[in-house]
Write a protein that binds this ligand. Structure first.
Ligand code: SF4
Length: 414
């Protein structure tokens, strides 16, 4: 194990989204690493974040910076904490987040803070001998949290008793986290997770809903942190629901799938199509996809509206006429492919949530008018966030009107 002291620290995972961070932290605990999600952001988060950034950084950097500092302000000493910050290669500023945190903390004299950015490139050394085991539990954590939040997004806009779905969601998320953190055999863990998801499904089915409401169905794409971190996007999902819409959020696992597609492409580019590395990659990929299939099974019927593609290549193929994978990389490829997929699946409008000045958002925005024209004129709008509140009530209201009128005239009404 390369970094032995991680086991003497508490690891904080950014909320993207909150439920996935909680489940992911539970997965860390299953391999003996104390972990939790970062504290809930508030107005102080941006104040602190702004103090230690220069203005060129993207909003996610500012928010996570503020959140990490609030951990330190809450009484934990630098040598007692570690922060989880994924990294990504490529031109996007995302790859700079972890080194910038490191530099900022060191400049302030916090030399003892540990930033962990585990990647397949380093063989997950940071996680010690349990790296591979963690990858599997971590994946299950993300998939399970997403399935649960899809149930929530399906029922909450229709619930008769306000707040009832949130209560069920919270209860079952706690159960799921308590299973994920157990140090038990992976087969037993899978059985328990499937049973917990089945119970959650049954309780969601019992929630009394208004079946006479016609909800515009809104797909959400965009930059991963801003769209999944509800503080950064001013609780866009809740605002859409408050105004009568139902949301299909593009999940965090989509990013993992994209990273896998990039890895495979890179191996091929490096002449390793028929190599041990490719074989090992394909086996791991198969195991993760099989886990996802087993977890999704009990909810298939309930979540038929939110049917995900069987193979991520479908998303890349749909993006091809606009941003061909292999020639262009980055989240914009996923946003574009996903927008096409969502339209095909019958959503009534697509919202792209991105941080202000995000290059992925800017490129996608330039493509959306053509994409909309070639997809039945579906309404698509980019909502940019920079920490200054938008008039979301007004903007969502206008967008939902467009979505309602698209719904009336579209050919593939659900
Ligand atoms: S995706 Fe956008 S917001 Fe995220 S790091 Fe890249 S440029 Fe910044």
């Amino acid at each position: 194990m390369k970094n032995p002291d991680i086991r003497n620290r508490k690891l904080f995972v950014p909320r993207m989204p909150s439920e996935a961070a909680r489940a992911f932290a539970a997965a860390f605990r299953s391999v003996g690493i104390d972990a939790a999600e970062t504290p809930q952001s508030d107005s102080k988060t941006l104040e602190i974040g702004a103090k230690f950034t220069h203005g060129d950084e993207c909003l996610p950097q500012k928010v996570t910076m503020g959140d990490f500092f609030s951990v330190l302000n809450n009484g934990l000493a630098p040598h007692e904490v570690a922060f989880f910050m994924p990294i990504a290669p490529g031109p996007c500023r995302f790859g700079q987040y972890a080194p910038l945190f490191d530099k900022t903390f060191k400049d302030l004299g916090y030399n003892d803070i540990m930033i962990i950015s585990p990647t397949s490139m380093t063989g997950y050394n940071e996680l010690g001998e349990h790296g591979e085991e963690f990858i599997r539990t971590g994946w299950r954590a993300l998939v399970t949290a997403e399935l649960l939040s899809k149930l929530l997004h399906k029922i909450r806009p229709l619930e008769l008793e306000i707040g009832s779905s949130d209560v069920i969601f919270e209860k079952h998320l706690n159960v799921i986290c308590s299973i994920l953190e157990q140090k038990i055999d992976q087969d037993d863990k899978m059985k328990k997770l499937v049973s917990a998801l089945t119970s959650a499904r049954d309780e969601f089915r019992k929630i009394k809903i208004n079946t006479s409401i016609i909800t515009p169905f809104i797909g959400i794409v965009g930059e991963i942190f801003c769209r999944l971190n509800s503080f950064s996007n001013q609780e866009t999902v809740k605002e859409i629901e408050r105004q009568g819409g139902m949301v299909w959020m593009s999940d965090i696992t989509e990013w993992v799938r994209y990273a896998m597609a990039e890895r495979k492409y890179q191996l091929i580019q490096d002449g390793k199509r028929w190599s041990k590395e490719m074989l090992s990659f394909l086996i791991k990929n198969y195991i993760l996809m099989k886990d996802e299939h087993d977890l999704t099974k009990p909810l298939k019927e309930d979540l038929h509206l939110f049917e995900e593609p069987k193979n991520f290549d479908e998303i890349l193929k749909l993006a091809e006429p606009y941003l061909p994978f292999g020639k262009i990389s980055g989240e914009m490829v996923v946003s574009i492919g996903r927008a096409c997929y969502l339209q095909k699946k019958g959503v009534d409008g697509i919202i792209d949530i991105s941080p202000f000045t995000c290059m992925n958002g800017i490129v996608s925005e330039a493509i959306y008018p053509r994409l909309s024209k070639e997809h039945n004129n579906i309404p698509i709008k980019v909502f940019y966030f920079d920490g200054v509140p938008l008039d979301l009530e007004r903007d969502i209201g206008i967008f939902l009107e467009l979505a309602r009128s698209y719904r009336k005239k579209k050919k593939n009404t659900l």
